[in-house]
Design a binder for this molecule. Structure first.
Ligand code: UTP
Length: 408
C-alpha cells in the first residue's frame, strides 16, 4: 500500500489523477488516500464502457397478485397468522436509510425531512408512528434494524437519540452501516471530493443483508428468534411496516418472500414490474420490456404485467443466508456527484455529471424460489418522496397524508 505500488496500480487502470495532490498532503492524509485507493474495486469501471448494452432478460411471464378483493375476503385468516408470528418475535424490520436522496437535494439524512405543515413531523417519526400501530395491535415491539451509510450514520444515530427514538423502545433499534463504492465522470475517471478523499457513495440498497451480517447483527436476529425481515424504504410516508396481513398472507401461501405491489396507473407507468423470468420471480424495469409485453392484456382486458413494486419486501431469513454469496448484478446510475475541479475547488453540480455503481434489493427477488405478490391500495400505502415537486414529491405525499387523515 505504499506510494509506488499505488501509482503503478493507478497507471494500469488509467486513474493516475487520483494522486495529483499527493505531494501537498500531510502524512496522515497521504496514508488515508492510499488506503482508500487500495480499497477500490476498479473492475466496476468496465460497466462504463458497456453500459449502453441493455441487460438481457430471460423468458418473461406474468405473475398474478393476491388482489385487494381477495385480501379483504381472507383478511382475518391472514391477520391471525401474521399477529401470531409477530407476537413470537418472528418478524423484524429493516429500514433502508443509507441513500443520499440526491433528487431531493438534502444535505442531511432523508428521514430528517420535516413533512409537517402545522406541526413538525419528521419522515423518520412518521415511520415510527406507522410501526407503532402494529406494536399496539400485537403488544409486541418489532426489532428494527436501520441501515445508514458512512455519509449519514452519525447524523441519523444522533437524531434518533435526540428525539428519544420517537417513543420506540430503543432496545429494539439497531443501526448498521452499508458499504461504499466509487463514482466517476462519463469517461470513467474517478471523482475526488477533496485532495485526500475519493468521491465514494453508498453502494446501493442491494447489499443490506451482507452489511447487516458484517455488523454482527445476525446474532441479535437469532437470539430474538426472528425468521422474517420486512425491508422497506425511508421515503414512503404511508409505509405499512410489519403489516400482519401481509406477513400472514406470505406465510399461509408457503412463500419464502413477498412483495407489496400496486396496480399500474397506466401501461407505460415507470415502475419495476413483478413477474416471472425463466420461471422465477423477478422485477423487470419498464425500459427492459418490449411494447408488446407492456401492453399485453388478458381476456378481461386487464394488463398482464400489471403490478409495480413499492420497495416493501418480506424475506425469510434462512433463504437470505442461502443466497448471501451469490453475485448480484451491478447497476450503473447517473447521479449528481460533488467533486473537486482542476483547481482543487469543490463543485456541487446542479445536474447529473457522472455515474455511481449500485446493487439493488429488487434483484434479490430473482434469487428466491417464489414470491407472493400482494396488492396494496396506493392511495392508502404508497406516497414516496423522491423529487422536489411533481410526481412522488413532498406535495403529492402531503395530499395523500391528508387523504389518510394524518395530522401534519
Ligand atoms: P432511492 O433509489 O430512492 O435512492 O432509494 P436515494 O439515494 O434515496 O435517492 P436518490 O436516487 O439519490 O434521489 C430507495 C431506498 O433505498 C435506500 C434509500 O435510503 C431509500 O430508502 N438506499 C438507497 C440505501 O439504503 N442505500 C443506497 O445506497 C441507496
Amino acid at each position: 500500500m505504499d506510494y509506488e505500488s499505488t501509482r503503478k496500480l493507478l497507471e494500469s487502470v488509467h486513474q493516475e489523477h487520483l494522486l495529483k495532490y499527493y505531494d501537498e498532503l500531510s502524512e496522515q492524509s497521504k496514508e488515508k488516500l492510499l488506503k482508500q485507493i487500495n480499497n477500490v474495486d476498479f473492475s466496476v469501471l468496465k460497466l462504463v464502457e458497456n453500459h449502453q448494452t441493455a441487460t438481457k432478460k430471460g423468458k418473461l411471464e406474468p405473475l398474478g397478485a393476491v388482489t385487494l378483493d381477495q385480501i379483504k375476503e381472507k383478511e382475518t385468516e391472514f391477520r391471525t397468522t401474521g399477529v401470531n408470528a409477530i407476537k413470537n418475535t418472528k418478524v423484524g424490520a429493516v429500514l433502508l436509510a443509507g441513500g443520499q436522496g440526491t433528487r431531493l437535494g438534502l444535505d442531511k439524512p432523508k428521514g430528517m425531512l420535516n413533512v409537517g405543515v402545522n406541526k413538525t413531523l419528521y419522515l423518520f417519526e412518521q415511520l415510527i408512528n406507522n410501526i407503532m400501530d402494529v406494536v399496539n395491535e400485537t403488544g409486541t415491539y418489532i426489532p428494527l434494524y436501520i441501515m445508514t451509510s458512512d455519509k449519514n450514520n452519525e447524523d441519523t444515530v444522533n437524531f434518533f437519540e435526540e428525539q428519544n427514538y420517537f417513543g420506540y423502545d430503543k432496545d429494539y433499534i439497531k443501526f448498521f452501516v452499508q458499504e461504499m463504492a466509487p463514482s466517476c465522470d462519463y469517461n470513467g475517471k474517478l471523482y475526488m471530493e477533496a485532495k485526500d478523499t475519493l468521491s465514494l457513495s453508498p453502494n446501493g440498497n442491494g447489499g443490506w443483508f451482507s452489511s447487516l451480517i458484517k455488523a454482527g447483527l445476525i446474532k441479535d436476529i437469532n437470539e430474538r428468534g426472528v425468521e422474517w425481515l420486512n425491508v422497506f424504504s425511508v421515503d414512503n410516508v404511508l409505509q405499512r411496516i410489519a403489516d400482519p396481513v401481509f406477513v400472514g398472507a406470505t406465510i399461509n401461501a408457503g412463500c419464502v418472500c413477498g412483495s407489496k405491489v400496486v396496480r399500474k396507473a397506466a401501461p407505460e407507468e415507470r415502475v419495476g414490474v413483478l413477474c416471472l423470468e425463466d420461471g422465477k420471480p423477478s422485477i423487470v424495469e419498464y425500459y427492459e420490456m418490449t411494447d408488446e409485453i407492456i401492453n399485453s392484456r388478458n381476456e378481461n382486458g386487464e394488463l398482464l404485467y400489471n403490478f409495480g413494486v413499492t420497495l416493501n419486501y418480506l424475506f425469510k431469513v434462512d433463504k437470505l443466508i442461502d443466497i448471501m454469496n451469490k453475485n448480484m448484478p451491478l447497476h450503473i446510475v447517473e447521479k449528481k456527484i460533488p467533486y473537486i475541479n482542476e483547481n482543487g475547488e469543490l463543485v456541487k453540480p446542479e445536474s447529473p455529471n457522472g455515474y455511481k455503481f449500485e446493487t439493488l434489493v429488487l434483484d434479490m427477488i430473482h434469487l428466491m424460489d417464489n414470491c407472493l405478490s400482494f396488492e396494496i391500495d396506493r392511495k392508502k400505502e404508497f406516497a414516496p418522496i423522491k423529487n422536489r415537486t411533481g410526481v412522488d414529491s413532498l406535495d403529492s405525499a402531503r395530499e395523500l397524508m391528508k387523504y389518510n387523515n394524518i395530522e401534519f
